[in-house]
Write a protein that binds this ligand. Structure first.
Ligand SMILES: [Zn+2]
Length: 302
């Protein structure tokens, strides 16, 4: 009997241990997290993302097929701050994966390592349609946060797959070195952007503005997620005239007609920028996403 028990115990340990060849199964909510995870984990991980870069990340229709991916996942990395609130609870519930329960290392709220802008003051209130009640979740558009995300992934992947911990650290170091190289190369673009007044549709560009010194003087949305009213637009047009803002930046999935309306009344131009990897063809990875946006902004503001 004792021998049988020892045998069973050994069997359980064998079943629990990760085979040397098995890849860490990673699911991310967005393409940006996917791209950074892949840069850190390389062939050691198998990653998939749930939303596409051209979708409004606040309103993703998550397909039930992702329940199967989550069921087998070791890590689910998400942006947090309620960005995924519309679909995440349902998919996680359906997946019934104990590794992805809050408190487990596989439940990876990436917002835990960044400095959140527009953090909620006072009680959280969604009643007026504000989709950022926990603070602004678009933090990946500041490369400093890209670094933090890479380091978080290296630590988490290494903790779950200790025999490759050093390789994950190397992956994060390579990512950071490449990012530093990119930053040096786009310094002239920043000079063209810094201090320039613009308006934006959504507050998603706050993090890029923080990084570049771009001066966002107003937003088309009166609150994040709330469509502009005529009165709000009238106020915004006055602000643009006062500040000399001649550029309106917006994501591909917002209402171009409204932006054009404001542009014709202010002599401004509308610039459509991708907020995420895969948002347009040129934004093939995190570095290209940042570079494309900086190039477009610099060209429009010169
Ligand atoms: Zn948002």
């Amino acid at each position: 009997m004792r021998r049988l028990l020892i045998g069973l115990h050994a069997l359980v340990l064998v079943l629990m241990a990760r085979p040397a060849s098995a890849q860490l199964q990673v699911v991310t909510s967005t393409t940006d997290l996917y791209d950074i995870a892949t840069a850190v984990g390389g062939p050691l991980i198998r990653a998939v993302h749930i939303s596409e870069g051209y979708q409004d990340p606040h309103f993703v229709e998550a397909k039930p097929s992702f329940i199967l991916r989550l069921r087998d996942a070791d890590v689910f990395a998400f942006v947090g701050l309620d960005l995924e609130i519309g679909w995440m609870p349902l998919l996680l519930q359906g997946a019934r994966n104990r590794k992805l329960q809050p408190g487990q290392p596989g439940y990876l709220d990436v917002s835990s390592v960044v400095q959140v802008l527009d953090a909620a003051r006072g009680p959280v209130d969604r009643s007026q349609g504000d989709v950022h009640p926990m603070g602004n979740p678009h933090y990946w558009l500041n490369p400093e946060n890209g670094r933090r995300i890479a380091r978080l992934f290296a630590g988490t992947f290494g903790a779950l797959d200790p025999q490759h911990a050093a390789a994950y650290q190397d992956g994060a170091a390579r990512f950071q070195a490449r990012l530093a190289e990119q930053e040096r190369s786009w310094t002239p673009l920043l000079a063209a952007i810094r201090g320039q007044p613009v308006v934006a549709w959504h507050t998603s560009w706050r993090y890029l503005a923080d990084y570049t010194g771009l001066d966002i003087v107003g937003f088309l949305e009166p609150k994040p997620g709330v469509p502009p009213s005529p009165a709000h637009l009238a106020g915004l047009i006055a602000t643009m005239k006062r500040t000399g803002a001649k550029l309106i930046i917006m994501e591909p999935f917002y209402d171009r007609k409204t932006a054009d309306f404001v542009a014709t009344r202010t002599g401004a131009t509308v610039l459509v920028l991708p907020p995420s990897v895969g948002g347009i063809k040129a934004a093939t990875d995190y570095f290209q996403l940042l570079r494309y946006n900086l190039e477009q902004l610099a060209a429009a503001l010169r």
